[in-house]
Design a protein around this ligand. Structure first.
Ligand SMILES: C[S@@+](CC[C@H](N)C(=O)[O-])C[C@H]1O[C@@H](n2cnc3c(N)ncnc32)[C@H](O)[C@@H]1O
Length: 269
């Protein structure tokens, strides 16, 4: 057990992990908060550096059981602890998780699987929601291309509601690495790559049958899919829209297309 009772260097580092992605990457650590996220991180045996708790505060049996699973506990002066969370009511426990090295091989090449590729997501809430949705609907993994919202931003972690710990979610180091990963899969299975684009060629009407295995490409909120990614697509799908909106939120588009691909029978449609 260690204690942080002043705004010392260790506290400043923890505070920086909240806001500063470079610090997170340098240290290889990020903050996990929320009952579901903590429970699922522990269930997945996610690598952890420590449990963080407010000093001299009563802890629930749940918090004690969680702390029994971590090697190091850091007690923090309550007013300082409160500065580590955006919540109005500080939680009784947070975890300090380790950031794993990105490993594309962690996203499996299932013969019937579906993988979501997200291009430069600008909003960590959208990123977390897409991870949660991909997990809920049965995708095999999520790949992140380009420089977008940080996977280990507290808002991403919060919006994923723990699915980040259940599903392989991997930032790809380059387009070439993504192309190689796709080629390897294609050598073993007839993968269809679906781009999604509000101006896509194929309207996703009820009659359209999608096939698995599949990759679903989703564009960034601001500029849509990068050309280099769009060129990988076999089909560009447009979800029909009524009304005056120019496009759907990317997480909503992800949910609609994923649901359609997952409920397809498999094989080429
Ligand atoms: C907010 S949109 C991007 C809008 C952006 N202004 C653009 O130029 O493309 C973000 C992503 O959501 C997906 N998307 C949004 N609406 C869609 C629709 N109607 N059909 C298919 N995909 C859609 C696409 O992947 C798109 O790149």
């Amino acid at each position: 057990m260690t204690r942080i009772l002043t705004e010392n260097a260790e506290f400043q580092l923890l505070e920086a992990l909240r806001h500063n992605r470079r610090k997170r990457e340098q240290r290889g650590e990020f903050i996990i908060e929320g009952v579901q996220a903590i429970t699922r991180a522990l269930a997945a045996e996610w690598p952890l550096r420590a449990g963080l708790v407010p000093a001299a505060t009563h802890r629930s049996p749940w918090a004690e059981a969680c702390l029994a699973q971590v090697d190091t506990v850091i007690e923090i002066r309550p007013d300082l602890f409160a500065r580590l969370t955006a919540r109005e009511e500080p939680p009784e426990l947070m975890l300090l998780g380790r950031i794993p090295a990105p490993d594309l091989a962690a996203v499996p090449h299932h013969p019937d699987g579906v993988v979501v590729v997200l291009d430069r997501p600008g909003n960590p809430g959208n990123l977390g929601t897409i991870i949660r949705t991909s997990d809920a609907l049965g995708a095999a993994g999520v790949l992140l291309s380009g420089h977008g919202a940080h996977l280990y931003d507290p808002q991403t972690v919060r919006a994923s509601v723990g699915s980040l710990f259940a599903l392989p979610v991997v930032p790809v180091p380059s387009n070439q690495a993504l192309i190689d990963w796709l080629e390897q899969w294609r050598a073993t299975a007839p993968v269809t790559v679906y781009a999604t684009d509000e101006h896509g060629e194929v309207p996703l009407s009820g009659a359209v049958v999608l096939s698995r295995p599949a990759v679903i490409l989703l564009g960034s909120e601001r500029t849509g899919l990068a050309t280099a990614l769009a060129e990988l697509a076999d089909v560009s799908l447009a979800i029909p829209m009524a009304g005056s909106a120019s496009s759907l939120n990317v997480a909503v588009a992800a949910g609609i297309v994923l649901q359609r691909v997952m409920s397809s029978v498999g094989g080429h449609g």
